[in-house]
Design a protein around this ligand. Sequence first.
Ligand SMILES: NC(=O)c1ccc[n+]([C@@H]2O[C@H](COP(=O)([O-])OP(=O)(O)OC[C@H]3O[C@@H](n4cnc5c(N)ncnc54)[C@H](O)[C@@H]3O)[C@@H](O)[C@H]2O)c1
Length: 388
Amino acid sequence: MASKRGTVRVDSKDLGIGLVGTGFMGRAHANAWRQAPCFFDLKRRPQLRCVAGKDVKEAKAFAARWEVASVHPTWQALVRDSSVKLVDVCTPNHLHAAMSIAALKAGKAVACEKPLATSLAEARVMCDAARVSKAKTFVWFNYRRCPAIGLARQLVSEGKLGTIRHARACYLQDWGGSATPMAWRFDASRAGSGAHGDLNAHLIDLVRFTTGEQIAEVCGAMEATFVRSRRDGAKHTKSTVDDATLFLARLSSGATASFEATRLATGNQNANRLELNGTKGSVRFDFERMNELEWWDDTLPKRLRGWSRILCTDPSHPWAGAYWPAAHLIGYEHGFVSMAADIVRVLTGEKPILPLADFEDAFVTQCVLHAVMVSAHEQRWVRPDSFA
Ligand SMILES: NC(=O)c1ccc[n+]([C@@H]2O[C@H](COP(=O)([O-])OP(=O)(O)OC[C@H]3O[C@@H](n4cnc5c(N)ncnc54)[C@H](O)[C@@H]3O)[C@@H](O)[C@H]2O)c1
């Protein structure tokens, strides 16, 4: 039985959202569902109707803070709630499959956090369930919705970069040192992998999204676990995931690509960086300066060539027009707000501003994650599409 809280206006035209998980992503998504209809014109207003978490007390505190009408004692009860039309999965990775599949079986749309699953087998079952149910699915690759990343994709598809020769992607964080205590993120049975599934998943998705190409082959993969055990209350527990994973790849056009994901790059807190080099020019992006895209136009006369810094806040940039006047910057949360708006667009028969990842699409990324692990263990070239 849900406990009722507050007096939230409910309209039959609203799109009922049920949110599972009240941690970091729970907060990011709760904010996004609230803000999306304030900034974007949507045919239906998403409304966060209910939440569930591991701890009911925590879920109640979350509901009070975010003005969510009801709290369910379990995620299963939330999935059964008839007012919920979309289940938003913001839980540790090992729970994505059970929650998404139950929601799909109940005929509900699902928006699931990344990585899609802890393993290829789990991801495959999720995709099968989506195909059978025909309900819409979405995966929160939120960095796709940075206006600068959207512009990078547009420049590539307009041919402004010519033929892509290189993609260079790295996602560097530094929070995973030996002082960081044990958490689900360091436990392979709950996370699947460490920096790899957490950060390379974003990079793989970004390279696929911006170039429009597939990752045809991977090689030279290297996983490293430097911190082998972590403080866990009074004891120490073994960390069973990689702290860093690096690999090389060839894209479908033949372009070369390199990827590096780590939680131990001191001095880099959220350096999600991408550079694309083509025959006519290059772009580069660094999330720590997320409003900017740098562009090198190699077709200019040599004396005029140089990196131009484009502030992607003009209304002509993807999503930017929904927010503030030019040069009034946006932040981390806006990627989620724009994504929530695009999800509602799809659910109401409209086109998203740029494509969203669904389970099918995220499965392709999961195949790459898997191929990299095989390459690291067997020290050989691996084709991700051999697992499709
Ligand atoms: N898109 C991004 O950039 C991004 C960033 C961070 C995390 N993530 C992903 O989001 C997901 C959640 O990560 P997080 O950082 O929010 O984790 P978190 O540890 O902050 O929160 C996890 C939440 O899951 C809930 N939970 C755990 N077991 C549960 C159960 N059995 N039933 C119901 N709720 C349960 C917990 O109560 C908690 O609220 C992960 O898949 C992670 O990879 C994505």
